[in-house]
Ligand binder design. Structure first.
Ligand code: SF4
Length: 216
């Protein structure tokens, strides 16, 4: 499947280091619901550039943060979740500092993150995998989950956490964190092109041969 996806879409290179700090990835995920990656990148960079620190963002009025998040699909919800999440980290850690996660096992670190307001499995896996923590954790968004359901790799009603639990044990053991990141991004491309939510374009889909829905 991975070879077929790379053949079709090419290799995907990770973003520059400045967008790989765990705190940056966390903020990007908390504000990013149903928003294009480029818009969330710009919003996250913009907040840090304007306020200078995540602690300053945490102490800003929610209305002010909302006004800075107009690129996001749900600016008010994103602003409230972000302030709540950052304040929660500060209450526990004294600062918006996730360095302690490097000392935790991946499952424990994800559990710690999932206790924060606005953080669920997709975001906790993103912080572990896409950041400099470089852990083996598969990020699963709506595209990824839908494709796995249609291909018959998880049950049709599997949510993100169940999809994660089903896929993690069957991923190639030799895959690095970067391979997992690339796999997720390739599936996202597949979901944006062929395996769209309403009308899948199975004709010409690169993974059609292995897909339960296409075979049916
Ligand atoms: S063959 Fe069709 S249903 Fe299966 S992954 Fe491709 S587009 Fe989706």
């Amino acid at each position: 499947m991975q070879e077929a996806l790379i053949d079709r879409f090419g290799r995907i290179v990770r973003p520059p280091d400045k967008r790989r700090l765990p705190e940056w990835v966390l903020v990007h995920g908390v504000i990013g619901a149903q928003t294009k990656t480029a818009a969330s990148n710009a919003s996250t960079d913009g907040l840090l550039a304007e306020y200078g620190s995540w602690e300053a963002v945490a102490s800003a009025p929610v209305d002010q943060i909302e006004a800075r998040l107009q690129r996001q699909s749900f600016p008010r919800v994103a602003a409230q979740r972000l302030v709540d999440c950052l304040q929660s980290i500060i209450a526990e850690r004294g600062a918006v500092d996730l360095r302690h996660l490097a000392e935790y096992g991946t499952a424990d670190a994800m559990a710690w993150l999932e206790r924060l307001p606005g953080v669920a499995r997709k975001n906790s896996a993103g912080v572990m995998n896409a950041s400099t923590l470089d852990r083996k954790a598969m990020v699963i968004d709506g595209h990824h989950r839908r494709i796995m359901q249609r291909m018959g790799l998880v049950s049709p009603k599997a949510d993100t956490a169940r999809t994660y639990d089903a896929l993690m044990p069957v991923l190639p053991i030799e895959w690095s964190a970067a391979d997992m990141d690339e796999h997720h991004l390739l599936l996202k491309k597949l979901g944006q092109t062929h395996c769209r939510p309403l009308a899948p374009q199975c004709e010409g889909c690169p993974v059609r041969r292995d897909c339960a829905m296409a075979q049916a």
